[in-house]
Ligand binder design. Structure first.
Ligand code: NAG
Length: 356
């Protein structure tokens, strides 16, 4: 009786403390990797947009299994294994496998928490010490050794993100605000790292909650000023590796959801598991919205986030209004972006002419 009362009280306490899930990125609606292909610009179904990936079948980049999730996510059937390899180049020489929220919810106002858990194993581990490759894929003949930057779970403007392969300890998973390191942890194989980006879009600040395994999240970095913004469809769950590396890497994700406050700190709560109904491949009844990101340049001007410059690039260098060509990784890559305001781009701006 005593135990039952305690359990009821605990459940009640959790219920009142948890925020409301605005978008669940649970993988329960997906049975196979092919289910991710049911989403398209003209059929925007399911919880994820899937267009930022390489040329091979989706099964090469995404796979589902109960063994791919943090076991603490009890209501989720599967976790996701997300892979990048030399075939993963998308719209540039970067290798990318990224899922984007598909939702009508506003994921960019108030105080929101972007939750996810990430793991790597010793097999197909993320690269850290490759020779920096030139754009045609041959090794840099100067032999300059460099680590391979990975951008993980980032917003398009990079106001906050995780990175790997950067900083004083490139084997750490590093949390950044506007390109500046604020916190890091050794990215130990086979350990689950749970995170929530704590974003106050009203105040323009972002902080970080973190834990490992089944431990509750604790706040590890208090909120810091940042140019917080999202159009609710530019948070990238996945990995961007720059520039081309030959090796295959596997990254594992589960426990993905966005909630408003107060934060749910218990690992395994929050997504609600989601529906198990797969996204339908029949046409949606809603009118497709105009994509804010496109997969190819259309015409003489480059569209938002498309490549507009860099070594060996021969495509459009003029950006469609109101975008500016920004050298985000000179001399390799320039991208049509909104005018940069954060420190991430300042170095690039000094180094490279831009199309205004
Ligand atoms: C978010 O910022 C607004 C504006 O500064 C502030 O009023 C509000 O209390 C903040 N929310 C939280 C949860 O800190």
């Amino acid at each position: 009786m005593v135990a039952l009362t305690w359990a009821v009280l605990s459940a009640f306490t959790l219920a009142v403390r948890a925020g409301t899930t605005l978008w669940s990125g649970s993988f329960n609606p997906f049975t196979t990797a092919a289910d991710f292909d049911k989403w398209s610009w003209s059929n925007q179904v399911g919880p994820y947009q899937w267009y930022i990936h390489g040329s091979q079948p989706t099964s090469r980049y995404l796979a589902l299994s109960p063994s791919y999730k943090n076991p603490a996510h009890a209501t989720e059937n599967n976790g996701l294994k997300l892979s990048i390899d030399s075939t993963s180049t998308w719209n540039s020489q970067f290798e990318r496998s990224e899922l984007i929220p598909q939702t009508t919810a506003n994921l960019g106002s108030g105080n929101l928490f972007y939750h996810f858990s990430v793991k790597r194993s010793a097999t197909n581990a993320p690269d850290v010490s490759l020779i920096f490759a030139s754009r045609d894929g041959s090794a840099d003949i100067r032999g300059s050794k460099s680590t391979l930057e990975h951008q993980v779970c980032f917003f398009e403007s990079h106001f906050t993100e995780l990175k790997y392969g950067v900083g004083s300890n490139p084997t750490n998973l590093v949390w950044m605000v506007s390109g500046v390191e604020k916190w890091s942890t050794p990215f130990t194989p086979d350990a689950w790292f749970n995170f929530a980006y704590d974003i106050n879009f009203s105040a323009g600040t972002v902080g970080l909650w973190a834990s490992t395994g089944s431990s509750p999240l604790t706040k590890v970095v208090q909120n810091i000023a940042a140019s917080t913004s999202t159009n609710s469809a530019d948070w990238h769950l996945g990995v961007l590796r720059l520039v081309n590396g030959p090796g295959t890497e596997d990254w594992y994700f589960s426990g993905v959801f966005v909630e408003n406050g107060p934060i749910t700190t218990t690992i395994g709560s929050g997504t609600g598991g989601g529906t198990t109904t797969p996204p339908t491949s029949s046409s949606s009844t809603t009118t497709p919205t105009t994509p804010t990101t496109t997969t190819t340049a259309t015409g003489p001007t480059q569209t938002q986030w498309g490549q507009c410059g860099g070594n060996g690039y021969t495509g459009p260098t003029v950006c469609a209004s109101p975008y500016t060509c920004v050298a985000v990784s000179p001399p390799y890559y320039s991208q049509a972006s909104v005018l940069p305001h954060d420190s991430l781009f300042l170095e690039a701006e000094r180094n490279q002419p831009q199309c205004q």
